[in-house]
Design a protein around this ligand. Structure first.
Ligand SMILES: Cc1cc2nc3c(=O)[nH]c(=O)nc-3n(C[C@H](O)[C@H](O)[C@H](O)COP(=O)(O)OP(=O)(O)OC[C@H]3O[C@@H](n4cnc5c(N)ncnc54)[C@H](O)[C@@H]3O)c2cc1C
Length: 242
């Protein structure tokens, strides 16, 4: 994107240790060099992190998914990208390595500002660790783009627990509405302990205005984006309730 002009370019593609998807210690660990197409085809991802499986088909086009990586997307931190919002919704953890060793950073502390993350100079993202899907939980990923494969205008990553029609522990993370992915905690609280229905959906959509104040882009005002976010939220809740 010509955002920077590095004097030195280091190709990390050959670091096999940074690639792969495996369940370990109660999480699904996805290496930073794992390509989008591998995430798309992974039965482990579909089984343990279905939100990511739903999101990956929205990442660009097949040609780009054949080359781009999870780590590249997370490190780039485009606010309209799919993985950062999924990571935020699922409370994922990022494993980072530098000269002084390894450290782990929660997704909520990782995305700092536009294209800016907790990665320090000289640090490498090794992997992302996603909690395994727990019984009773469901996920829905929905986004609106001008054409399929374009970066989203607005999108939502949603995850919830459903027990005897009652919904709880809703997580809503939005892409395309700010400088970073944004978690909507007040909107989520409006659903806590309730059964899905039109009034509950309206309460969540209403509360969303207290969580997000979308920045305009070249084509859409902030008000339009908030409206779209509310519409997508309604669709996501409907999908979760099914
Ligand atoms: C036409 C087009 C459409 C696209 N549409 C979408 C879309 O809809 N949604 C979406 O999410 N993405 C989209 N992308 C971006 C795509 O998902 C890329 O995969 C993503 O930008 C990362 O690319 P990459 O893995 O090659 O990383 P690179 O481009 O090589 O790296 C991106 C940045 O991250 C750094 N980096 C990479 N890996 C690491 C690491 N392991 N540790 C630390 N830093 C690292 C690099 O230094 C660089 O600064 C699109 C790209 C194109 C060209």
């Amino acid at each position: 994107m010509r955002l920077s002009s590095p004097e030195l370019l280091v190709d990390i593609t050959g670091l096999k240790e940074l690639s792969g998807i495996r369940v370990q210690n109660g999480v699904l660990r996805i290496g930073a060099l794992t390509r989008h197409c591998d995430i798309e085809r992974s039965t482990e991802v579909a089984r343990h992190v279905p939100l990511l499986a739903q999101a990956v088909v929205h990442v660009a086009h097949v040609a780009i998914r054949n080359a781009g990586t999870l780590g590249g997307s997370i490190a780039l931190a485009d606010p309209a990208a799919e993985y950062p919002a999924c990571a935020l919704a699922l409370d994922a953890t990022f494993v980072i390595a530098g000269a002084s060793g390894e450290r782990r950073v929660a997704a909520r502390d990782f995305f700092r500002a536009l294209y800016s993350t907790a990665l320090g100079s000289g640090e490498l993202l090794l992997a992302a660790e996603f909690p395994l899907l727990e019984p009773g939980y469901r996920s829905a990923f929905i986004e609106l783009a001008r054409r399929h494969g374009d970066y989203a205008i607005v999108g939502v990553a949603a995850h919830v627990r459903v027990e005897r029609s009652m919904m709880s522990d809703l997580r809503l993370a939005y892409l395309g509405v700010g400088a970073t992915p944004v978690r909507a905690r007040r909107a989520a609280a409006a659903l806590e302990g309730k059964v899905y229905g039109p009034q509950v959906v309206a309460a969540v959509q209403d509360a969303l205005g207290k969580d997000i104040d979308p920045m305009p882009d070249l084509y859409h005002s902030g008000a339009t984006k908030l409206h779209l976010a509310r519409v997508l939220t309604g669709r996501a809740l409907a999908a979760l309730a099914q």
